[in-house]
Ligand binder design. Structure first.
Ligand SMILES: Nc1nc2c(ncn2[C@@H]2O[C@H](COP(=O)(O)OP(=O)(O)OP(=O)(O)O)[C@@H](O)[C@H]2O)c(=O)[nH]1
Ligand SMILES: [Mg+2]
Length: 307
């Protein structure tokens, strides 16, 4: 099975919702007019693209209809695909892929996000990829809020056969990070992946805790964390994107990992994120298994949604 057909299978809910609704609007309207434009705009909003990018798409669509003098309603679908593809290409043209063989050592990645979005799972998935690239990987259990969180990371570490550094439940997450980074330097780890507790963006003390983790990290390795990934649950659609804004205000975020795209019709949320947060989606989660992660690729994504 090709990469796109596999992805299409995983994104089936978003694909079906999108195709079905657009086709329905086209069918009901029957001709290219104001009604059709309103119908398409509604579908884009419902698909959770967000207002800003929806407006951008709609004005490009109007322009294309005018310039190309489109009267055949069946050409609209094609135009829409082409416009969304162009927007994503434009936004992602200078984006660096995740480097699974980083030159910097240890390469430190911090994972943050609200509760239950899939941080720990994303860490396991990426750890597995680094491992496949022969990197020496250390997982850091800086989610000390729940004993179960440490256990969960420990289970993943055993399953993918990488090391983990943890302290007792209730320890200061910054002290776990401090010890882990020192150990990573001494023991020559290539990659350090730091798991943090889920936190609501509105809890100021918890956001301060993240800032402290970053400060402590820098004390040991001044240019670390080399990446900070904000994990967002796609099933929460635009809500997730709005929550993300608060994280961005607290610490620098270098990329987004958008999870659970397999279980939602709200996959359209991908299309508006870069525009809204000015942070690229680096990877997408499409299942619960360790191999269910893909680096984000605009071309493949648009094909999976439209074709
Ligand atoms: N279907 C699907 N489920 C996922 C995906 N990513 C994570 N999950 C599931 O989501 C649930 C929460 O995942 P975790 O990785 O524990 O989330 P977390 O952000 O670490 O949660 P907290 O540490 O409690 O904040 C688990 O049941 C995962 O299996 C995904 O891409 N697709
Ligand atoms: Mg977790």
């Amino acid at each position: 099975m090709s990469i796109v057909s596999k992805l299409k299978e995983k994104l089936a809910k978003t694909h079906n919702a999108f195709v079905k609704q657009i086709t329905e609007v086209i069918h009901i309207c029957g001709k290219v007019d104001e009604n059709l434009m309103e119908g398409i705009e509604d579908v884009l909003i419902q698909a959770d693209l967000g207002i800003v990018v929806t407006n951008k798409i709609m004005s490009k669509l109007q322009e294309e209809i005018r310039l190309k003098k489109i009267i055949d309603i069946h050409k609209i679908y094609e135009s829409l695909e082409h416009i969304i593809n162009e927007i994503l290409h434009d936004e992602y043209k200078d984006i660096k892929h995740i480097n699974f063989s980083p030159a910097i050592k240890p390469f430190v990645i911090l994972f943050v996000g609200v509760n239950g979005v899939g941080k720990t799972t994303a860490i396991a998935k990426l750890a597995y990829k680094f491992k496949e690239n022969d990197k020496k990987v250390l997982l850091v259990a800086a989610d000390t809020f729940r004993a179960a969180a440490i256990e969960q990371l420990d289970i993943w570490a055993k399953r993918i056969n990488v090391n983990i550094l943890s302290q007792n439940y209730g320890s200061d997450p910054s002290s776990v990070v401090f010890n882990a980074l020192n150990s990573a330097i001494t023991n020559k780890y290539d990659v350090v992946l730091i798991d943090t507790a889920g936190r609501l963006h509105t809890k100021i003390n918890l956001m301060r805790e993240l800032e402290k983790i970053v400060r402590v990290t820098k004390k040991i390795i001044p240019d670390a964390p080399h990446e900070t990934y904000l994990v967002i649950d796609a099933t929460t659609g635009q809500n997730g994107v709005q929550q993300a804004k608060k994280f961005v205000e607290s610490i620098p975020i270098s990329g987004i990992i958008l999870t659970k795209l397999d279980g939602t019709a709200k996959g359209g949320v991908v299309i508006g994120i870069k525009d809204c947060l000015n942070i690229p989606v680096k990877a997408i989660g499409i299942g619960e298994k360790v191999e269910d992660i893909r680096e984000f690729n605009a071309d493949d994504f648009v094909k999976a949604i439209f074709d």
